[in-house]
Design a protein around this ligand. Structure first.
Ligand SMILES: Nc1cc(-c2ccc3ccn(Cc4ccccc4)c3c2)n[nH]1
Length: 274
């Protein structure tokens, strides 16, 4: 998978080169390109913002640098997009199997690449969305700052991308970079080969929208706190039962709303469109 991120703070995204995702890039499983929006400005001050029409506090990000940056992303993603459209599971746009609406279709039947735009006004990011995005051959992320990006950028982008405004949650950040770090990690770890032991992903996908059970390691007794006896029993049936009970107990206590629709919707793999 190829990932492109556009930001005025490219150094903010440096941690994406570390650890698991860094190794995945060395292994050729992921490629992550960071683009500095200021490289697409044309004035000596490399200006990316201006005052908002209609007044109001703060500044708005100018449209032209964004269009130039996103055109570069389209250009650089083309090979991965072309390779990806022949990949497994790529149904022709608009067919029932694809589950994709025609809005995402390009002339010549090619699906539009996905552009994720972090926004306080976006659909909330979930594990289900992470699985969906992990199926894409490429992803592009537009990190806004200030009061946001001129809306016409998203209107223009919809002619070239499947544009997805996404919120990390119901709280306010100063820009899109933190949200992109979280989403790239959540999606990147689902790309086959990135996580050493895929078993752990299978475990998550079987959580059926429940919170995870508590985990323990040695020593079995620590500062007067003991590991639950069942986990030392070696009885895997009892252990599985205990873990499910813990998941249900935790979910009921901390996220009761998940129990209403406790299916794969929130955490697990999206059901395949039939
Ligand atoms: N879940 C989530 C996402 C964001 C987010 C994403 C991108 C941007 C770009 C500028 N800002 C600052 C801003 C704050 C409030 C209203 C308008 C703009 C952003 C915030 N906040 N919270």
């Amino acid at each position: 998978m190829r990932i492109d991120v556009v930001s005025i703070f490219p150094d903010y995204l440096a941690p994406l080169k570390l650890s698991l995702l860094g190794r995945a890039q060395e292994d050729g499983l992921l490629s992550i390109a960071i683009h500095d929006l200021r490289d697409f400005t044309s004035d000596r001050h490399r200006t990316v913002d201006d005052t908002p029409y209609g007044g109001g506090a703060g500044m708005v990000m100018k449209p032209e640098p964004w269009a130039l940056a996103l055109e570069r992303v389209l250009e650089e993603q083309r090979p991965a997009q072309d390779a990806g459209t022949d990949g497994p599971g790529e149904a022709a746009p608009g067919t029932a199997a694809s589950g994709a609406d025609d809005a995402a279709a390009q002339p010549g039947g090619r699906r539009r690449p996905v552009l994720v735009v972090p926004s306080p006004a976006g659909e909330v990011f979930t594990q289900r969305m992470a699985y969906e995005l992990a199926e894409e051959p490429t992803l592009a992320f537009a990190c806004g700052r200030y009061e946001g990006i001129d809306e016409r950028v998203l209107d223009w982008a919809r002619e070239h991308f499947e544009v997805r405004p996404v919120s990390l949650g119901d709280y306010v950040l100063n820009g899109g970079e933190v949200a992109v770090m979280a989403m790239v990690e959540a999606v990147g770890r689902l790309v086959p080969g990135v996580v050493g032991n895929p078993e752990s992903l299978i475990e998550e996908s079987h959580s059926d929208g429940l919170l995870e059970y508590p985990v323990y390691t040695k020593p079995s007794s620590w500062r007067g706190h003991d590991v639950p006896e069942v986990l030392l029993s070696g009885n895997h049936g009892r252990i599985s039962q205990w873990r499910l009970e813990q998941q249900l107990r935790r979910t009921a206590a901390r996220r009761p709303e998940l129990l209403e629709g406790a299916d794969a919707a929130a955490f697990g793999k999206p059901e395949r469109a039939v």
